[in-house]
Design a protein around this ligand. Sequence first.
Ligand code: ATP
Ligand code: MG
Length: 566
Amino acid sequence: MSEADSVRPSDFIREIIREDLNAGKYDSRVHTRFPPEPNGYLHIGHAKSICLNFGIARDFRGLCNLRFDDTNPTKEEVEYVESIKEDVRWLGFDWEERIYYASDYFDQMYAYAVQLIREGKAYVCDLSPDEMREYRGTLTEPGKESPYRSRSVEENVDMFARMRAGEFRDGSRTLRAKIDMSSGNINMRDPVIYRILHAEHHRTGGKWCIYPMYDFAHCVSDSIERITHSICTLEFEDHRPLYDWFLRQLNVYHPQQIEFARLNLSFTVMSKRKLLRLVEGKYVNSWDDPRMPTLSGLRRRGYTPEAIRNFCDRIGVAKRDSVVDIALLEYCIREHLNKTAPRFMAVLRPLKVVITNYPDDQTEELEAVNNPEDTAMGTRKVPFSKVLYIEQEDFREDPPKQFYRLSPGREVRLRYAYYVTCTGVVKDDSTGQIKEVHCTYDPATRGGDSPDGRKVKATLHWVSAAHALEAEVRLYENLFMKPDPEDTEAGSDFISCMKPNSLEIMSSCYIEPELAGLRPGSGCQFERLGYFCIDPDSTDIKLVFNRTVTLKDTWAKIEKGQKGKG
Ligand code: ATP
Ligand code: MG
């Protein structure tokens, strides 16, 4: 990680940790964890949590574990485990040898559950899920105690052993903590600790038919790993009393839970459940579709780990939920690629240009700057010849007033090449469509500068027809039409908010031959068009590019507007 990366503002969690270190709490250790449930691919929201947990470990010379919270066998898959490992590594973080699975602790969790039973703090309950809901009460009314709450310790021990042995069917019984059915916090109303689920687990196979619930498994896992600060999102604030209750009753090592606001992004849905729906409903092509807010989607789109880490630093860590403008994420990748991405010329919607006074069989190698932001990136040669392609939208036969690009009689600059003047067009006899634009060039303007100081109002990008490679270019828009995709009519949901044409495929584009040497995945700028990267769908015959982001910075405007308001 670079130097610039290591200078970052503090936040309320780092303040707490600093105080704990000063007070010598936890033997002045800092040990965090990132605990994903392997039931989907990681998204940009997870990146915030990864940067926070691994970032704190780095800043305080502590440790951060990767722990799979795999307590729900029916929704979890090995594919997800592998993708999560790949994404965390790609983001630039290292769990070293500390990769753990909650399922590794199932024996210990079972033993803890038995300990609670023996101490009269847990009981086997025969209420059905529906009955249990009824007994739970509401926010305004206390719950009712289960008729099974007073079972003897012996009976509970026996029943729990039989639950484990597989004697009962799914949902017929649960193990519950005996806390307080009248608690103002519903999480404390005798929450379920274990449920019966006859399902194969991706790691433990058929060994278990009872599985611990999240609230129990999570605090016990944190305790076993001797985590110091258990950082989670705000919706778990009301679960903290339960987290603390379990660890106190068990009388075991006790980390401190700290909650922060989750990341929400405009024009995006974030929960894995919704992202799964987009994949399964074939609204997108895959988890790594470049329109997805998943880390694998962003990577395929051309986002860099540096840009995402930078984004996470900028949004900071707060105690209150908010929505971050997606323009800020785009700003961060633009900022990084502006510094690092080599420039090339590519034409997405080609229009043929013939330089009528240029020798038929001549080719020149013109020098082009690879990155004006970084002279160390040097220059390259771009072939120029009699027949070129320019962008259709850079020519108008009948130019409107504010149009300064190529039109009959008008002189413009071809980037790195020559001044050219349009002398006429050739049209298709039957359709009337323009097939070719004819120009003359001024040999004295080689390199794109006029020795007599003559000014032109436009500089166009181009490629030489004889030398260009054909490519496919995919342009992406937000998946959703509204900043809040959940803001829909009653009876419909975020799916109804999807933009119909969020993917546009341009299948006959022309690119500079030099681009054949670009590494898959690495980003480049197509001059005047945006930042792009090579998609894995590319073949030896045809390169496929994804547009990562356009060149237009909408964030600067938004920020200015916000400052103006404040
Ligand atoms: P989702 O709602 O997207 O399914 P989750 O919280 O169920 O997310 P987990 O796999 O349990 O997903 O998350 C692993 C970690 O990432 C947790 O600590 C969780 O708090 C954090 N996390 C998940 N989503 C976000 C988000 N949008 N912003 C910040 N942190 C998040
Ligand atoms: Mg979850």
